[in-house]
Design a protein around this ligand. Structure first.
Ligand code: PAF
Length: 283
C-alpha cells in the first residue's frame, strides 16, 4: 500500500494509473477508522481496479474548536487497518498542504435549503467546509466512483448536489449504515463514549425503529414529540433535533402524503458526544 502526504505526488501517481485505463474507487475519511469505513473500502475494491482512501481531519468543517481538538486521530492504526483491507493508496495530508493560503478557502455554491436544515442549522458553515474539502479531494484523486455512508445522509445530499451542479465526472455510491450488533451506528465519535454512555447509545436506533413502526399511524408532529420524549426519558440524552424530512429536499414533512420519501433524522448529545443517525421510514 502506498502512503502519500503530498498533493502533487498523489495526483501524479494516480494520473499514471488512470492513463493505463485503471478505474479508481475513492473513500474520503477523517480517520479513526471503524468497520463502517472498512466496509466502504471493501466495496470499492470489489468495484474498481484501485482503491484510494484519504485521511484528513478537515479543520474548516468544524464549527466548534473543542470538537476539532477532541476528534480522535490514529493514523498509524488506520494505516494498518487499510493495508489489511487491501486499500492501494492512502492520502494523508497535513492541513498546510490542503490549505496553504491565509485566505479562508471558499466555494461559490449555494445549496438552497439543503444546508439550512438539521445539521446545517445546528452546525453553521459545516457543509461549506465539507463541500470545499471533498471538491479538493476529487480534483486530486479524480476518482471513477466515490463511496459515502448513508449515516451522513445530509452530507451525501450536499455532495450529490455539488457533483450535479458542477458536473463533476464522478459516480457517487451511497452505502448502507453499518451498525454494531446492538444497533448503534458506527462512528469515530463512539470511541469517546464512556462505558455507561456506550450502554445507553443503542437506544437511539431502538427509538428510530419504533418511529418506523408507528409512521403512518400517528400524526407526524405527535410522532416527533413522542420520539424526543422517549429518548430523553433516559438521563444523559439531550436531543438537538429530531426531524421527519423528505429524502431528496430534506425539508420537514407535515403529513404522510409523500410517505415513501420520509426519512427520520436525529442528532443527540450523550454526555458531550454528539451522535447522528437516520432511518428511511417506508423502505
Ligand atoms: O464524512 C466524513 O468523514 C467527512 O465529512 C469527509 C467526507 C471525509 C470530508 O471531510
Amino acid at each position: 500500500m502506498k502512503q502519500f502526504s503530498s498533493i502533487p505526488e498523489t495526483a501524479e501517481y494516480l494520473r499514471n494509473e488512470r492513463n493505463q485505463g485503471l478505474t479508481i474507487g475513492f473513500v474520503p475519511t477523517m480517520g479513526a477508522l471503524h468497520e463502517g469505513h472498512l466496509d466502504l473500502i471493501r466495496r470499492s475494491k470489489r468495484e474498481n481496479d484501485l482503491t484510494v482512501c484519504s485521511i484528513f481531519v478537515n479543520p474548516i468543517q468544524f464549527n466548534n474548536k473543542e470538537d476539532l481538538a477532541k476528534y480522535p486521530r490514529s493514523l498509524a492504526r488506520d494505516s494498518i487497518l487499510l493495508e489489511e483491507s487491501g486499500c492501494d493508496l492512502v492520502f494523508a495530508p497535513e492541513a498546510e498542504e490542503m490549505y496553504p493560503d491565509q485566505e479562508p478557502a471558499s466555494l461559490n455554491l449555494s445549496f438552497g435549503m439543503l444546508d439550512k436544515v438539521m445539521e446545517g442549522k445546528f452546525r453553521p458553515g459545516h457543509f461549506n467546509g465539507v463541500a470545499i474539502v471533498v471538491k479538493k479531494l476529487f480534483d486530486i484523486v479524480q476518482p471513477t466512483c466515490a463511496y459515502f455512508g448513508k449515516k451522513d445522509y445530509q452530507q451525501l445530499a450536499i455532495i450529490r448536489y455539488m457533483v450535479n451542479t458542477l458536473g463533476l465526472p464522478v459516480k457517487l455510491i451511497p452505502c448502507e449504515t453499518i451498525r454494531d450488533a446492538d444497533g448503534l451506528a458506527m462512528s469515530s465519535r463512539n470511541a469517546r463514549l464512556t462505558v455507561k454512555e456506550r450502554s445507553l447509545a443503542p437506544e437511539i436506533y431502538a427509538v428510530l425503529l419504533q418511529v418506523k413502526k408507528a409512521a403512518g399511524n400517528m400524526n407526524v408532529n405527535e410522532l416527533k414529540e413522542w420520539a424526543i420524549n422517549k429518548l430523553q426519558e433516559h438521563t444523559g440524552f439531550r436531543v438537538e433535533y429530531f426531524e421527519i424530512g423528505d429524502k431528496d429536499s430534506l425539508m420537514p414533512l407535515a403529513d404522510w402524503d409523500n410517505k415513501n420519501k420520509a426519512v427520520a433524522f436525529i442528532a443527540v448529545f450523550l454526555g458531550d458526544v454528539r451522535l447522528i443517525d437516520n432511518v428511511e421510514l417506508f423502505l
